[in-house]
Design a protein. Sequence first.
Length: 266
Amino acid sequence: MSVLTDTRAVAAAAAAATAAVLAPHQPTYDRGFAPGWVTLAGVALALLFAWTERAWAGRIAAVLLLWAGGGVVLDGFRAFFWATGIPAGDFAQVNWAGAAVRGASLLTSALLVLALARRAQGPWRERPWLGYTAFTLAFPYPLLKLYWSFGGSAARPEPYTEGFPYMESVMLLGGAALALALVQPWGRHLPRLPLLVPAWAATGALVSMGALAGFGTVAQAVGLSDGPVDFGEPLTVAMVGAVYGSWLLFGLALGGATLTYQRLTR
């Protein structure tokens, strides 16, 4: 196992722990995000893994810190509106300490996964089904937005004023092409780093947003945290769950394909 990877994981975990202690609680901003104890538990297990190399501690820490990192994409959008001055109301406000918690937590989770992957015994084999699965999962959300924009009414939120989903269409084309490039022979002829950077960035964004919704909904349902889910509207809950669930599965498949590509092209 890489000593450098362990060192970075421990440093990121320490930063997440420090930020978690200092982060002020903002009920509206952080509603539905992971409670502070999730971050602290994940940090403790990450440190235990780094010191003892106990794989079970690394796996649990990676899951907890993935949950704790949920919402970092929203922090990024908030920071964008804050920095540019584009009018966005409350969405231009950033809880910087909370954003630091989520960013460091997601980084630590990723480093733990990489460290655990390095421990795997035997040669790393080709897994093309991961890329093809990611390719398939790139379609549901953009196609749903296209359906709504062309007048489809099934499960559409009202009022719906978003218009043609240009950004979602770009996501579809980019995500599908990226997934194929990781497993198709022509992808081996592309520059390696410009392929890995967007692949890992997309993986982090998709998995963190999917985990935020999944863990947050379950935590709210069992009373561990307060959240925005209205369980009195089952159709809405099912639609939101399907969207975020597809993001989570897309991110996991893309991440697996990216890791496989990275290991096979070293």
